[in-house]
Write a protein of this length. Structure first.
Length: 350
């Protein structure tokens, strides 16, 4: 099974992508609205078919990207039935299963942080995605959103600590850069619920945390009751001048076939060295030649009335050129995907 752990530095949220490598069917767990482009770029680059966008609970510290992922991939949205969120396709309950290709996630209800918390467990019980129920050396707060410390204690001890000691635990958040733990570690060392702590110990600890409310609470909760859908229900769009795609590396790219049929609508900027213009790839008619190492000093040569498409041998240096141009204030800029190598491979004209 393909497994990736991604991170949002603003909300300290971990997002997980799991995929069956034989069929390329995938699920995404605890996505973040602002990181949707990153997540979508990744699944597209790997050729994954997202079948479900899942949330471990109704988050109070960030807006989920589930609705955005559904609009982009036609996947289903899964969240606990106890949440009562709109737009839910899979109203999950304890004992349910989610299948993607030959892989399966089992749903365990783990209320306490909120009444709609679930933990997703792989079929072989080697990984569990605990949301905010059990954190690394911690546990989710229980002082709002129908939280209950006694319920959380029972959820952790009966539903998570009952997994094999070697099971890897992956939370929705960590504020110290820790990426995972195990059942054995948390049983032994979790200062709130480990070390044979009784329910009374845990409740006393949790009831005295004294934490401020999450700063995005007022925005996140109502948005997440809509599965992350904007109030106007309109999918946010990116650049409109071309079918520009942002890749997983964060670079904006455009397909050569589109450029070939819209040559008059863009300014082509070739950032190769002058000596390369006579190699086997040749050059393209009408392209402006500015070597990459001269680009910062020759910005005034770029026309301002058209979007800019940068290009080079394989689209690597020209990718850096888009970064330079965007920093200089050029908004409508994209890299020629695959460079001249792909242009020639596709048999496009000079």
């Amino acid at each position: 099974m393909l497994f990736r752990q991604l991170f949002d530095s603003d909300s300290w949220t971990y997002t997980y992508i799991l995929a069956d490598e034989a069929t390329s069917e995938a699920v995404i767990i605890d996505s973040v609205f602002e990181q949707h482009d990153r997540d979508l770029s990744y699944v597209r680059e790997l050729g994954l078919n997202v079948v479900a966008a899942l949330d471990t609970h109704c988050h109070a510290d960030h807006v989920t990207g589930a609705w955005l992922m559904k609009q982009a991939t036609h996947c289903q949205i899964g969240v606990a039935a106890a949440v009562g969120a709109e737009c839910t396709d899979l109203a999950l309950k304890h004992g349910d299963t989610i299948t993607f290709g030959g892989e399966t996630l089992h749903v365990r209800a783990t209320p306490g942080h909120t009444n709609g918390c679930v933990t997703f467990v792989t079929a072989d019980q080697t990984r569990a995605f605990t949301g905010d129920a059990l954190l690394i050396r911690g546990a989710g707060r229980t002082d709002f959103q129908e939280g209950n410390a006694a319920d959380l204690y029972r959820s952790i001890t009966t539903q998570i600590f009952s997994l094999p000691d070697t099971c890897q635990l992956y939370p929705a958040h960590d504020y110290a850069g820790r990426t995972s733990s195990t059942v054995a570690e948390e049983k032994a060392f979790n200062p709130r619920v480990g070390g044979q702590a009784r329910e009374l110990d845990f409740v006393g600890y949790m009831d005295n945390l004294g934490l401020p409310h999450p700063r995005k609470l007022a925005v996140a909760l109502p948005a997440n009751m809509r599965c992350g859908a904007p109030e106007d229900g309109i999918y946010p769009t990116g650049p409109t001048w071309a079918p520009v795609v942002r890749n997983y590396a964060g670079l904006f790219e455009v397909d050569p076939t589109w450029v070939a049929s819209h040559r008059d609508a863009v300014t082509l900027v070739d950032v190769r060295q002058a000596s390369e213009l006579k190699d086997a790839l040749g050059d393209l008619d009408g392209a402006l030649h500015i070597p990459l190492d001269q680009l910062r000093d020759r910005l005034d040569e770029l026309p301002s009335d058209k979007p800019v498409v940068t290009m080079c041998h394989a689209g690597k240096r020209s990718g850096m050129a888009t970064v330079i141009l965007r920093k200089a204030g050029y908004g409508d800029v994209a890299n020629l995907s695959g460079g001249l190598l792909r242009w020639r491979m596709l048999g496009l004209p000079d």
